[in-house]
Design a protein around this ligand. Structure first.
Ligand code: SAH
Length: 342
């Protein structure tokens, strides 16, 4: 099997070059070239021609080409559909905020978590992404737009903790001072709640922000929309969150998609308020994005207001997510699904 050069740290590239009978410093040359956008061995003019041939026999440079690009006329949000080396596609979204450019990236092609409201999981999991393929979503957007990304959210297609090792390697690569050098504090990882993996993540003590997709105030409702709720109860999930907070000292962010008539009443808000009260956390309310083939409806303005006010009486820090890219269907999974049909 050929080595994926863009998934390697500089030290790994150095060792790889030594293995192929070259001096160590060639590793750094390759690393730098990759981040400058070189995607073909012929472009590495600093490397001897003969070594480039040996490299091509033993390694490859993964690529992501822009298959579709949608730009929002409202707020400049850009949505990409990338085509990977095997023809599979993933989505990413580039968003402009006051505090900098944020990129929402995918961690898997498809997803096997099966959440009822989510477009990414409808066709199941195809495969997990390599660290390089997560990195490429950012590198190619930066190149295309001529702008830098300063924040990353792992909230695109896929369940990051279901691709644990590759996601951790990606985080360390994107944080590398000689690479993109994006601070871990500027990165959020969102999970539907794989309890055992949350504990594993806590052990790594990374200063990222952990987001938990809760979406329900009790197990009964959660099981209706999120199959993972059959494996772990909300009680077990929240206990792992408390362990995470105790261990890392970091605030957790809870995501709650408001679905009309399902989880958005005042009683639901009170139930949720009791669950989260006293925790070092933030609650993000997201009016659900309706997807094709499912008839979930976003909550009314008044219901959102009442829900938010009720939550505030529990002294919980709560915000309603601003919707970017409303005119380009910027919620993930829909572009790929549409493309697969054509
Ligand atoms: N698998 C991870 C990350 C990907 S989804 C997770 O479950 O957290 C990123 C966020 O978008 C999650 O909170 C997810 O539940 C939410 N989401 C998915 N489909 C949605 C929809 N149609 N409307 C609103 N939020 C949605």
């Amino acid at each position: 099997m050929k080595a994926d050069l863009l998934s390697m740290f500089p030290e790994e590239l150095e060792a790889f070059c030594v293995e192929l009978g070259q001096p160590k410093y060639r590793g750094k040359q390759i690393f730098e070239g990759l981040y400058k956008g070189k995607r073909d061995f012929s472009e590495f003019s600093t490397l001897p021609k003969q070594f480039r041939e040996i490299l091509a026999e033993n390694a490859y440079i993964p690529t992501a080409s822009i298959k579709r690009k949608l730009v929002s006329a409202i707020d400049g949000t850009v949505k990409y559909l990338y085509s990977l080396h095997d023809g599979e596609t993933v989505e990413s979204v580039f968003m402009r905020y006051h505090h900098g450019n944020t990129m929402c990236i995918s961690t898997q092609v498809g997803c096997r978590m099966g959440c009822a409201f989510c477009a990414s999981t409808k066709a199941g999991l195809v495969r997990s992404l390599a660290p390089s393929e997560m990195l490429l979503q950012i590198l190619e957007a930066e190149r295309d737009l001529g702008e830098r990304v300063s924040n990353i959210v792992l909230m695109g297609m896929g369940e990051p903790l279901d691709n644990f090792d590759n996601v951790i390697k990606f985080l360390n690569l994107v944080n590398h001072k000689d690479g993109l050098n994006i601070g871990l504090r500027h990165i959020s990882l969102s999970t539907c709640g794989l309890v055992n993996k949350i504990d594993e993540l806590a052990d790594l003590m990374l200063p990222i922000t952990l987001s938990i997709s809760l979406h329900a105030p009790n197990d009964e409702i959660r099981r209706q929309t999120m199959p993972i709720a059959n494996k772990w109860s909300i009680d077990e999930l929240l206990r792992s969150c408390k362990r995470y907070i105790d261990k890392t000292g970091r605030r957790i962010s809870f995501e709650y998609a408001l679905i009309s008539g399902v989880n958005d009443s005042k009683e639901h808000a009170m139930e949720l308020g009791k669950l989260l009260s006293g925790m070092l956390c933030h609650l993000n309310l997201i009016p659900v994005n309706p997807i094709k083939e499912k008839n979930f409806v976003r909550s009314e303005k008044n219901a959102i207001k009442l829900f938010t006010e009720t939550i505030e009486t529990y002294k919980i820090n709560v915000t309603v997510r601003r919707r970017l890219g409303a005119d380009i269907n910027a919620s993930c999974g829909q572009l790929r699904a549409e493309d697969n049909k054509n």
